[in-house]
Ligand binder design. Sequence first.
Ligand code: 5RP
Length: 223
Amino acid sequence: MTQDELKAAVGQAALHYVVPGEIVGVGTGSTVNKFIDALASMKDRIKGAVSSSNASTERLRAIGVPVFDATEVGELSVYIDGADEIDPRGYMVKGGGAALTREKIVAALSRRFVCIADESKVVPVLGKFPLPVEVIPMAARRIAALFEAKGGQAQVRLKDGVPLVTDNGQHILDVRGLQIADPLAFESEVNQWPGVVTVGVFAHQKASVCLLGTLSGVKTIEY
Ligand code: 5RP
């Protein structure tokens, strides 16, 4: 099976967690795109979706799923999203698609976070994937220096040669060289730094379940 087929398999498997008649939280990325494709088959049995990015909103609307603003809904039963890394406790690094802030907001609104990923995303310790951090641009340099003191090297993410601008109008730092052994403490600490909008460690909003695409089929891991 190719990586693309593994993503399609977990996207399909995630339908099992969507509650008919309710609004589903939908993340961002190539694995979530497979989930959205699969969701087309049950679009008439759900009320709609809350989306974590403009890209997913467009894709959901294209298949006829009504998209609600997060401020219009109460608690969601489930949020389905991918990850850049997931550790054995269900702690994740996310934000490779620059949607981490809205992803964390929709995850926080949801009772369950179902992570869909292929097995290349499983790591013993978070930090191999460059850690995305959404920052207010005027703070970027100081935040980069704070990461340097922790052994990380931060770079502003570029798009077409200029800093990428997120859906929230901010920039992303990608931090290499970290080993995040205590994700809960790390997330809490970095969140306190002035100018950090969101750090891409999802420990306080960790996965409840991971549907992992492997060569021997989709494995369900509960945390
Ligand atoms: C976007 C994310 C994605 O969930 C993460 O980057 C995984 O993406 P993909 O499914 O394309 O590998 O956090 O901000």
